[in-house]
Design a protein around this ligand. Structure first.
Ligand SMILES: Nc1ncnc2c1ncn2[C@@H]1O[C@H](COP(=O)(O)OP(=O)(O)OP(=O)(O)O)[C@@H](O)[C@H]1O
Ligand SMILES: [Mg+2]
Length: 594
């Protein structure tokens, strides 16, 4: 019920009804008043007319019986009449009912109806007289006294009286009719008002529904435009608004998608911050970075954890409204960070940070500087020796030929060493740039390895190291390889092993054949390689002896070259600590495909 009063239909309906009821009320009241007066006046007029006619008849007709008949005809049923003679006695009475005598007496005694000075004008008066139809009831009557005269002499008076009841009856009937029509008018207004308001508001209701649809994001909602009035124009405007909204929302979402796909496909991490340093938006790269940092740093539970370094930079950017660039290490990775302020109008609403992963560049940079340091270190020692000894010879510091020959021998050794270093470096550079040419041919593994072992037998004997090999018997193992290069690898491995094994130790070469590969192990019982160094031994210039004393002579390039050679043959080389002590190098090489 409350809903109908809250709706426009209800309000419009109620207003129209109120208005119509008010108008009907006033019209009915005025009409009733008017009808009442009208009926009374009409009744009075007709009584006057009848009185005048009767007066004339009495004067003209001398025949009393016909006179009575005519007068009876003239008077209508409700009207009563008396003819009073000059002696003020009732001569005739028409339509007289009950209480005739009391009525006559009352009328005759009324001084207004029969003024003492006889005038020739009718008098009209309302009186309360006993009822003609009911006993013991008083009623209101209109009484007219009409004196009639012949030759200016008053001959008598006609008195006509009529109960007001009759007039009231007519008035009551008309009142009924008026009320009935007002009621019908009210009912019709109710129905029409309801239909009118529903008709006016039904497009409004459609509009309301459409507006709700629009607010839910359903921009395709269309309103039918049926009329050309304000409501029709409203519907047109509404449809236009829907189209515009759809267009703009699509534009915004397209922009957003474009932006987000750009952000997602970027290699750089991008984070947008609010003024309160909370993260507004970040791309997957940034999320990964933050998560990495979060786990590695073990930061405390925080809603928006950011590294403190970035936080400080952000503070600076937001406080001083200037761009900040820096390089940082986060969770083991190096990043170039640039943070710039974001403006909204003139005020700063946040900042955007772009983080570029510089770890690889860093590594390369380090590798380059290490390489230069190593090369110059490796070259400086022999060069200074060459200089020293050659100066000594030039200055003639040597005591005898033997000493001089010794010095020349050292100079010769060192220059050979330098030459070897340069060749090794060149080899390595060529291999790493992919320019190494392999001259592959079929090679039987066992004779090949036996030859290398035999080459080292004397060296091992001199070093008091037992060099042994374990080959599978009667096995023909064929590989398709560059023999010289492989010799370089195993020469280095065996040389390393003998050099790093104390007197009385063992160096063993073991060959095992698999379905499509052969594994060649070089094991020794020497000093071994520290576990933490194992991942680095294949890098250039790696030496377990950090002091780089020259006692055991190499350049630290042998294993790097070996790894490159094995890799380019499609094999693998690994190093591990020996089961008891020492080191175990294993090469796995593919067998020749049959
Ligand atoms: N079998 C081994 N036992 C202990 N340490 C070893 C062994 N093999 C290699 N190393 C360590 O690894 C380092 C690198 O070896 P690599 O063969 O690359 O260089 P090098 O022998 O010093 O010099 P080059 O082989 O160029 O003459 C060596 O200096 C040594 O410290
Ligand atoms: Mg070596």
């Amino acid at each position: 019920m409350n809903r109908i009063w809250n709706s426009i239909v209800g309000k419009l309906w109620a207003t129209i009804l109120l208005l119509v009821s008010f108008v009907l009320f006033i019209v009915t009241a005025l009409l009733l008043e008017f009808l009442d007066n009208f009926h009374t006046n009409q009744a009075e007029d007709s009584l006057r007319r009848e009185a005048a006619i009767i007066g004339k008849l009495v004067l003209d007709h001398k025949d009393e019986s016909s006179l009575q008949v005519i007068i009876n005809d003239i008077l209508d049923n409700e009207t009563n009449a008396m003819i009073i003679g000059e002696d003020e006695e009732v001569k005739y009475a028409f339509h007289s009912g009950l209480n005739q005598e009391r009525i006559e007496k009352k009328i005759l005694n009324d001084s207004m109806l029969f003024p003492p000075l006889k005038k020739q004008s009718p008098v009209l008066k309302e009186m309360i007289l006993p009822s003609i139809t009911e006993e013991g009831v008083m009623e209101q009557f209109i009484v007219i006294s009409y004196p009639f005269a012949a030759d200016a002499n008053i001959q008598g008076t006609v008195v006509i009286y009529q109960s007001l009841e009759a007039i009231h009856r007519t008035t009551k009937r008309t009142t009924h009719i008026v009320f009935l029509s007002a009621f019908i008018a009210f009912i019709l207004t109710t129905i029409f008002a309801f239909f009118l308001s529903t008709r006016i508001t039904s497009p409004l209701r459609d509009m309301k529904r459409a507006a709700f649809e629009l607010s839910k994001g359903n921009f395709d909602t269309k309103l039918p435009v049926q009329q050309n009035d304000e409501i029709g124009q409203l519907a047109t405007a509404f449809n236009q608004m829907g189209r515009q909204l759809k267009y703009h929302v699509e534009l915004i979402s397209q922009d957003k998608e474009q932006l987000s796909s750009i952000l997602t496909s970027m290699t750089d991490a991008v984070i947008t911050f609010n003024r309160d340093y909370t993260i507004l938006l970040s791309n997957p790269q940034a999320e990964r970075l933050l998560q990495n940092w979060y786990f590695k740093s073990g930061a405390k539970e925080d809603r928006n954890p950011i590294p403190p370094e970035i936080f400080h930079m952000l503070e600076h950017v937001i406080t001083f409204a200037e761009e900040v660039e820096d390089e940082l290490e986060l969770g083991g990775q190096f990043y170039a960070i640039s943070i710039s302020p974001l403006y909204s109008g003139n005020s700063i609403r946040g900042a955007v940070a772009v983080l570029r992963d510089m770890t690889d560049q860093h590594k390369l940079e380090k590798l380059r500087s290490d390489f230069i340091a190593n090369v110059s270190h490796e070259l400086r020692t022999p060069i200074s020796m060459l200089q020293g000894y050659s100066e000594a010879i030039i200055d003639g510091v040597t005591a005898n030929d033997e000493e001089r020959n010794e010095m020349i021998q050292i100079i010769h050794d060192e220059s050979k060493r330098m030459g070897r270093l340069v060749t090794d470096l060149l080899d390595l550079a060529r291999m790493e740039s992919g320019h190494m040419r392999l001259y592959k041919e079929d090679l039987s593994v066992i004779p090949f390895l036996s030859r290398i072992v035999n080459k080292f037998m004397q060296v091992a004997r001199d070093a008091h190291v037992e060099l042994a090999y374990e080959f599978p018997e009667d096995e023909q193992i064929m590989m398709h390889v560059d023999e010289d290069r492989l010799e370089q690898v195993f020469t280095n491995l065996i040389d390393n092993a003998i050099r790093h094994t104390q007197e009385g130790g063992h160096v063993t070469l073991r060959v095992e054949k698999y379905a499509d590969a052969v594994e060649i192990n070089v094991t020794d019982t020497g000093v071994g390689i520290p576990v933490e160094d194992l991942p680095y031994i294949f890098e250039r210039f790696y030496k377990a002896d950090k002091a780089r004393t020259r006692g055991k002579g190499g350049t630290g390039l042998g294993l790097a070259i070996a790894k490159n050679i094995i890799d380019s043959h499609g094999g693998t080389i690994t190093a591990a600590r020996g089961e008891v002590c020492g080191t175990k190098f294993s090469c796995i090489l593919p067998l020749k495909k049959l």
